[in-house]
Design a protein around this ligand. Structure first.
Ligand SMILES: [Fe+2]
Ligand SMILES: [Fe+2]
Length: 256
């Protein structure tokens, strides 16, 4: 919550993490659309943090999930168009970023494990290509190229999981970026909300880096995670604003 009144932020980012279409929670998705609609005059960037689709049909380890690329892409295209509409006339001036997650890696032609690589259906080759064309895509890479930097905010889907992985990956991002001051690192992947907080460098040292994980937009117990512990999963609806060269501020609400 921003308690100090101030002028308009130069940057206002709407993050979306782990929608996992077509398992996306519709009530949660409509809250995202509400927020986009209410904040349309200030949003400058939308960052899709990856795992937008599930792509189990392209997975080398399917878990008995429905294997239907088209219903998944239809759902993602609908979400893209709904978000475009919610943002109103300024939607064409918003920057649309899509960072690949480990699930997008299932359809990445560079993935040696992708099954039937030549036959993989990519979103831009479907009838919904226009809905995907607005997104600037970033591949799933664990080095600097996998990080999206907007001002002092750095976004990355994430690879590690479990307690402490947000801090470790935050430190790694900070170091890959050359150790900048006032950095906010944002990741998804764990489906578990980590509220904005300083990144501890050692038990006694804190730098000027903060981290945030907005959680996910999927259902609480999806079929794709029958073997995972989903009790910690959650969703933070959020906006990230930045004034000048300050640490970006996160305004968030945990939704259920
Ligand atoms: Fe995910
Ligand atoms: Fe992930």
């Amino acid at each position: 919550m921003i308690l100090t009144p101030r002028g308009r932020a130069g940057i206002c980012i709407l993050p979306i993490a782990d929608a996992h279409a077509h398992f996306t929670s519709e009530p949660h998705w409509s809250r995202v659309l509400d927020l986009a609609g209410r904040s349309r005059s200030e949003i400058t960037d939308v960052v899709n943090l990856g795992d937008w689709g599930d792509y189990s049909w392209a997975s080398d380890h399917p878990r008995g999930e429905p294997s239907d690329a088209y219903s998944e892409y239809r759902c993602m295209a609908r979400q893209s168009d709904e978000l475009w509409k919610a943002l109103g006339p300024r939607a064409s001036r918003v920057r649309w970023h899509w960072i690949d997650g480990n699930h997008e890696y299932r359809i990445d032609p560079a993935n040696p494990k992708a099954i039937a690589r030549d036959l993989i259906i990519r979103p831009e080759n479907t009838e919904w290509h226009a809905s995907f064309a607005r997104w600037r895509r970033r591949p799933y890479l664990l080095d600097r190229r996998g990080i999206l930097r907007i001002g002092n905010a750095a976004f990355f889907h994430g690879a590690g999981s479990g307690r402490g992985s947000d801090r470790l990956e935050g430190l790694r991002m900070w170091s890959l970026l050359g150790g900048p001051r006032n950095l906010l690192t944002v990741r998804g992947h764990t489906h578990t909300v980590v509220v904005p907080q300083p990144v501890e460098i050692t038990a006694a040292t804190r730098g000027t880096q903060w981290m945030f994980n907005p959680g996910h937009l999927g259902p609480a117990k999806p079929r794709y995670a029958t073997k995972d512990n989903t009790t910690t999963w959650g969703t933070a609806l959020s906006l990230i604003r930045q004034w000048g060269n300050e640490l970006p501020r996160v305004q968030y609400e945990i939704i259920r």
